[in-house]
Structure formats: C-alpha cells, structure tokens
Design a protein around this ligand. Structure first.
Ligand code: 6R9
Length: 646
C-alpha cells in the first residue's frame, strides 16, 4: 500500500519527530501518572493537584478521577491568561452565512463579553452546578455562553440547532436546565430556522417547568413573541452587566458540560465531562495533533452542538491561545467554492472537517476548489467517520495540493478528545487509517469473548486504561454508564467500534459494531429512530439499519409494518418520514423506507438485522443461514419490496 511521507519543508518546522513520538509514547504508557502530571502543568491551577490519577475499572470499586484535589477555572485558562499576554490577538474569527459578514473578536473582547454574560447569569440566580441549555447557531455568542457558564461553574448542555422541538424538550427535561440560551433564528445557506419558536414549543412540554429564563440572541431581527416574565434579550442583559465576574473556583472533578449522544439502546444519554481532566486533554491533544504554532489560524467546521465543536472549535484552541474560526454557514453556499474562499479570506493554516463534506465537495468537481489558492494551508484534518481512500486522496491532492499532511482523527463524544491519529511528522500516512494512539492512550483489539488479539488482527476496539478526557458518567444514570462501557469487556473501556491492526501495527477503524449509525458523521441510535417510527399512528412495528450512502457514508433504511387496515402509499411514506424528522430532526431522514409485511425474526423474537442490512445494500445473494428464522418465507416478501422500490 502506498503511504505518504511528510515533505522536508513540513518536517523542518514540525513540533515533533518520529523518534520523539516513540519515546514520549513509551514514557506515557510506562509512567502514565507522571506523564499526565507534567501535562497538567500546561494549565493554570488555582490549587495545583497533588493526586493525579485515581482510576479503577473494577465494577465493585469503580472510580475515574483525575487531578482530584486540584482547583481551577476553565474560562481563566481560555481567556484571562491570554489577555494578560496578548490581549489584541484574535480569539474568534467569525464568518457569517453570507460572505459579506464577518467579525474578528480579540481575546480581550471575548473576555469582556464572557464576564458580562457571567455576571448577568449570576444576577439571574444561576449558581455553580446549575444546568444551562444552549440552543444556538454557529455565532460567537455560542462560545461566549459556554465560557460564561464555565466562569460561574454552571454546567452547559448544548443542543444542536438542527434538532427538533421534541429532542430539545427531552434534553431540557433530562438535564433540568434553569436557563435556555437561544437566538431568534439561525441562518444556514440562506435558510432561516425559527430557533426561538422551537424553544417556545419545547417549553410547552410537561417537565420543562425547571426553565426560569430564556435568553434570546438577536440574530436576524425576525419578529418573534417574547413572553414578558420569562424571555430576555441577550443584548439587554449584557449591556447593563458588570465586567467584573470573579471566576468560580472549581474542583477538577466538577462537571463542565453535558452533551447528549445516541447509544445503541433507549434515549440519547447525557455524557458528562469534568473540568480538570477535560481541559488538560483538550489543551494537550489540540497542541499535539495539530502541530500548533503561535500564528496558526485554525478552522474546525464542526457545529458547536457536537463534541468536535466543543473540543476543537472552542476549548482546545482557546486554551492554547490560538485563533479559531467559527463558520455559520454551509460548504455549498453561495456555491461550492466557499470553503476555499474562507481559507483565503482569513489565511487559515489548518482545516479540520468531516469526510461527508469532503465527499460532497469532491462530487462537485475540482474547479470549485481551484477558485481559491489555499496557499496558507499547511495541515488538514478529518473527523467523524472513516474516510474512504478516494476522498482522502482528493483531500490530499486537490485541497492540500499534495503539500499538507492529513490527520485522520478517531475519537468519540465519550472520549472528550482525539485518541488516535498520525501526529504530524511522526509516521508516513496511509489513506483511511487513524494510525497510532496518542500519548497515554492504550488501545487493544479483542475478540467477541474478550480475549486480546496480538499482532495483525481485526476485532472490537477497547481502551485498556483511562485518560483525563474520559467521560465520567451518564447524567442521572451511572448504572447505564457502567453497563454500556465497562461490562462488555470487564476491566476496559469498550468503544463500540471495530478496528483492524495491520502488519505495521497501525489502526484502521472499521465502524460501529453496535446499533449506532453514523450518518454524515452524526450519531443516530437505531432504537431512537424506531421509537419515533412506532409513535406514528399508522405504524405497527419498525426496524432500522444502516445502508451504504455515497455522500453520507451511511444512510438510514427503515423497514416498516403498517397497522392492519392502513393502505400503503407513497403519500403515507412521505408522511412517516416527515414524522420522524419532526420527532428527532432533519438528520434522521429516512433514505429508504420499505413497507413490508413482516420482519425477519428468530424463534426467540430477535430481529435478524444482518438480513435487513444486506437487503438495504441491495445484496440479494448470500443472505446466509436463514434457517433459524421463525418464518423463513418472510425474506421473499422483503426481497420483493426492496427490489420494487426505485
Ligand atoms: C468525534 C466524533 C463517534 C463515532 C466513533 C466512530 C466514528 C469518529 C472517526 C470515526 C473512523 C475516524 N468516528 N471519528 N470513525 N475514523 N476518524 O465524531 O464523536 O459523534 O460521538 O461519534 O464516530 O464510529 O465511535 P461522535
């Protein structure tokens, strides 16, 4: 297989070398605690930790604690210390949806706005430990809101602006948020979405009485109803607020944020990240993985509503004093040349995006990309899903003109930051491989019984020991946390991903091995979509599987049994799809919807998803052993329905 060395020019300026990586990695696993003690010196503590690591994965004696007697404030690390050194350095470069809009916010300005919002929230009675739901578009106020929460010790919970009213309501209820921060509308690709109206509707749900105030950012000026006692304009609130906002001293293990993500069963779970460990991990992985220099302009295209936006749009860059780009829009607006134009306009040096965006740009042809010169770029990154070698090569040769290494970064909402990637200038790149673990990360591949496989092998991916950025619990459900991640392979963290290790010892992520789909880099649980489906009045039963999709990587295929008496029709199919999008959000669009007579079940009643997956991929041969099915003839009906669908 062809691998790609780093250019002499890149290597000459790189922060590390293959030898240094090997030595540091070795040291980090042999003396894990000492390694992280040193890394923790990169942050400013109010009280330096003396206890570094207290980890026990034994379920009877379970503990994940890092820096447990340390005290710090995260916003101080992202703001105050840079204001002291370099107040006018741009902290955020905001690029609006429309190319005529941009804003540059210095560290000093960001600090001032964060402090004012922090003071205002305190005056509204928000205290350490209270939850604040943030439902905002990609505007600077999203970062301000996150940092203001961190400053006063409130726990933020971001909800992606593309989620529906119902999804928003269930997250507000589960977190019992006191405050919701939103905007009148969001704007993406010229299209407006009524965020405030969604909040109003969400707050009609029972269980949302916890919300005392809704703070509304003026984004488009669309006239929206404001309810007198509950709703407050963001600008009115901060205009009168004090810039003096003393940072709340936080214990390292105090929660910093909740972020809901889909699992293989049940409702989305609130992943809890804590202050000291998460910050140490965000800061140090950002610096290592992106070969960070003082003058970098770093652009991660992820929405702040996802973990990638938390760690690599906001916290990682700002903790390092780096300039971060925040983009409100979409790659195709006003046309597919936009990404390149933004790179040129702001002299972006590092671009970090998702395979789904790369594939979409690739499909539109090279001419769009060539409308920009991109000479400022020196490093590219990929995240969210496996990148197919074709997309990798296009990203490398066309976007990066063969000059920029690609860091294919594998990680999860649960891991807080990147766990595997080829750190620049440490290894020749193989398209599609996440290559090597980061410092302190101990991956292993196991078989279904949990036996560790050595050498070249394929199986399930586990991480044998903890790292500071690891999630600590599921909000309100510690038992589910232990069951989901630590009971499958006792004594290790189970990732839910499959992986292959090649003869050179490099890792290739093969995708989820549980019932989680990855659609355009976004996680969706099959159970979650199935329960949205059966809540439609015409649907009796449903099964969801993933299917190959040219642009999204994975698409959603639904097999639905209608209630008796319901007439199958294209209109009903459209209505069912709209229903699911309404329940979860547009990302849950059903790419294929098959109305079938029955589902293939074993005699014990378990759906044989293997068969559904094959059919959804239009593989009609070699369906494997169907003899254990309760009614094998069901398969013929399935094949007919799938074949008849255009
Ligand atoms: C950061 C993020 C996590 C799941 C993860 C895996 C997939 C992420 C990947 C990748 C292959 C990569 N994934 N990065 N697969 N190569 N570089 O995406 O978090 O939304 O929680 O998704 O995404 O399957 O388990 P999250």
């Amino acid at each position: 297989m062809k691998s790609y060395p780093h250019s002499a020019e890149f290597a000459a300026k790189a922060n590390t070398t293959p030898q240094k990586y090997a030595e540091t990695y070795q040291e980090s696993v042999e003396n894990n605690e000492a390694f992280w003690a040193k890394r923790a010196e990169w942050i400013d503590w109010i009280k330096k930790p003396t206890k570094i690591k207290n980890v026990n994965y034994d379920l009877n004696n379970f503990s994940i604690k890092w820096f447990e007697d340390g005290e710090l404030n995260l916003s101080v690390n992202c703001l105050d210390r840079h204001v002291a050194e370099n107040p006018y350095k741009p902290a955020i470069i905001w690029e609006g949806d429309h190319p005529s809009l941009h804003k540059i916010i210095s560290y000093k300005e960001l600090h001032s706005e964060v402090c004012r919002l922090g003071s205002a929230l305190r005056r509204k009675g928000v205290k350490k430990g209270d939850r604040v739901t943030i439902y905002l578009p990609m505007i600077p106020e999203a970062a301000v809101a996150m940092l203001a929460c961190a400053r006063i010790g409130a726990v933020h919970s971001l909800v992606f602006g593309g989620f529906s009213t119902d999804s928003l309501a269930s997250r507000i209820i589960d977190s019992q948020s006191k405050i919701v921060i939103t905007a009148d509308e969001s704007v993406r690709g010229g299209k407006h979405t009524p965020l405030k109206q969604n909040v109003d509707r969400a707050l009609d749900h029972d269980g949302t009485e916890c919300v005392e105030k809704v703070i509304v950012v003026y984004r488009t000026g669309e006239s929206i109803p404001m309810s007198g006692r509950r709703d407050i304009w963001y600008h009115n609130l901060i205009d009168n607020a004090s810039e003096d906002c003393p940072p709340e001293p936080m214990n390292a293990e105090d929660p910093l944020f909740l972020l809901y993500t889909s699992g293989s069963t049940g409702k989305p779970k609130g992943v809890v990240h804590t202050t000291g460990g998460y910050l140490t991990y965000a800061l140090s992985t950002f610096r290592d993985v992106f070969d960070i220099k003082d003058n970098d302009v770093f652009w991660c295209t992820a929405d702040v509503g996802w973990v990638t936006g938390h760690t690599y749009v906001v916290y990682g860059p700002l903790a390092n004093g780096t300039t971060t780009v925040m983009f409100e829009g979409v790659p195709q607006y006003p046309d597919w040349a936009r990404i390149g134009h933004i790179v040129d306009k702001h002299d972006v040096t590092i671009l970090y995006t998702a395979p789904t965006a790369i594939r979409a740009m690739m499909k539109e042809g090279d001419d769009y990309v060539r409308k920009s010169n991109r000479s400022s770029l020196r490093l590219l990154g990929s995240v969210g899903e496996p990148i197919n070698p074709e997309a990798w090569n296009w990203y490398y040769n066309v976007v990066g003109e063969g000059r920029c290494p690609i860091v294919d970064t594998w990680w999860q909402t649960e891991t807080g930051g990147i766990l595997m990637t080829p750190i620049p200038n440490t290894v020749d790149l193989k398209p599609g491989s996440a290559m090597n673990p980061l410092y302190g990360v101990m991956p292993a591949i196991v078989d279904a019984e949990g036996a560790e496989l050595t050498g070249a092998a394929e199986g399930n991916l586990i991480i044998k020991d903890s790292w500071p950025g690891q999630m600590r619990t599921i909000w309100g459900d510690h038992k589910r946390f232990l069951e989901t991640y630590f009971s499958t392979y006792p004594g290790a963290y189970f990732t839910g991903d499959g992986a292959l290790r090649d003869e050179d010892g490099h890792y290739w992520i093969t995708g989820r091995v549980d019932d989680v789909l990855n659609v355009s880099g976004h996680r969706l649980g099959t159970a979650e979509i199935e329960s949205a489906l059966v809540s439609h009045p015409s649907v009796a039963e449903a099964a969801i599987v993933g299917m190959p999709h040219e642009l999204k990587g994975q698409g959603v295929a639904a097999y639905v049994i209608l209630k008796s008496g319901e007439e199958p029709s294209e209109m009903l199919k459209g209505e069912i799809n709209r229903h699911v999008r309404g329940e979860i959000g547009p990302i849950a669009n059903l790419d294929s919807l098959y109305l079938v007579e029955a589902l293939p079940k074993t005699r014990s009643g378990k759906i044989m998803r293997r068969i559904l997956r094959k059919l959804a991929a239009h593989e009609f041969e070699g369906l494997g052993d169907t003899s254990t099915l309760a009614e094998p003839e069901v398969v013929d009906n399935l094949i007919n329905v799938v074949k008849a669908d255009k």
